[in-house]
Design a protein around this ligand. Sequence first.
Ligand code: LLP
Length: 427
Amino acid sequence: MTKERNNHLFFGGVDAVELAEKYGTPLYITDENNLRNNFKNYKNAFETTNIDTDIYYAVKANGNLALLKILASEGAGADVFSAGELELTKLAGIPAEKILFNGNSKSDDDLKEAVESGVRVSVDSVDELQALSAVANELGREVEIAIRVNPDVSPEVHPKIATGLKESKFGIPFHDVIPVCEEAEKLPNVLLAGLHCHIGSQILDITVFGEATEKMMALVERVYERDMQLKFVDLGGGLGIGYRQEEKATAPTPKDLAEMILPVFENKIRELGISLKLVLEPGRSIVGTSTILLSRVNAVKRANKNFVAIDAGFNLLIRPVMYGAYHEVVVANKVNERASELYTVVGNVCEAGDIMAKDRMLPKVERGDLVAILDTGAYGFSMSSQYNGRPRCAEVLVCDGKADLIRSRETIEDLIRNQEIPARLIF
Ligand code: LLP
């Protein structure tokens, strides 16, 4: 994916050093071909059987409009978690019938927006079910729904990103799902169309997907036993990627995922003599590897450790701090130099925990060098903030040696834009 020339990192056929000079740092850089290939891999992996599969890209992973347009052109649907994400998918041209509005805490305005947009809603509680029915009724519209199931399966991932545990806030407890489906059937203006789950993120041991599919298909059987019908089952996202160099070759692929899910899915629908669409909601495995975060070294300090202080902190990439996540780092202007010293790469945020990469062997680093943090396409920019009074950085799309700006750098003005000073404080 990343190539090197003249001791410089090349990404999408473009010299990272030139990108830093032209657009400044910090800078998120996305490789269009990598993104397209990741999506195509998914599509191809699930096109091996007669099961009609739709891939609803999880917009929360990266909501940049250019990326969404690219994915829309490849045929992606979308998992959206807010009215804002819904608007982005509309702007990207993703059709309403391929959008699922998710979330465990939707306001009446969210529900109204979903119904008016003609998208399906994944219902997370009985409260929401009743509210949605009332909202749709008021608008004189019908809305197709999925029931978000809490399947009680336990992937081996960071506890903050395991979403299908019994104690998790998401979904309707497994044993309550059938009564909730029955309640949905009785309520006006809501049409039961699917069952939905999402068990967690960055899952590398994919046997849990098999377990979740078994559980979901058992529920499908019970739905049909009660004379109810479905159009789709959505098994969520969660496929992990290899963040560490040594994980890259062994990390599960969409093909591995398809081989885990499809036989279980197919057997059950054949046994029941029904037809059902399969929906998946990958985020990370579509965008994760497509992007790097390029930063400039502001200082090298030899102290208790050798610190490399870069111009990107956890306001731009929170994953290392929030989940102890590992991202490879390379010195983008010294890619052919021997890794000779141990460094800890830290950000520019005023918190001791602002550590981007701990104890890494790198070539000798100096002020002014460029550090690229790899595989930052998922939950990178989308989780960024302006903490410490730092405007968010720019984003660039690279493709076959060309670069385009896809988000301009925020300015100090953007920090002030929505702030109001009460009249009594103006002097
Ligand atoms: N569907 C639902 C309902 C989800 O909640 C999520 C992610 C996805 C799909 C996409 O999952 P993926 O394929 O990307 O694993 N910020 C964390 C990850 C949070 C995931 C939240 N839900 C991180 O940086 O690791």
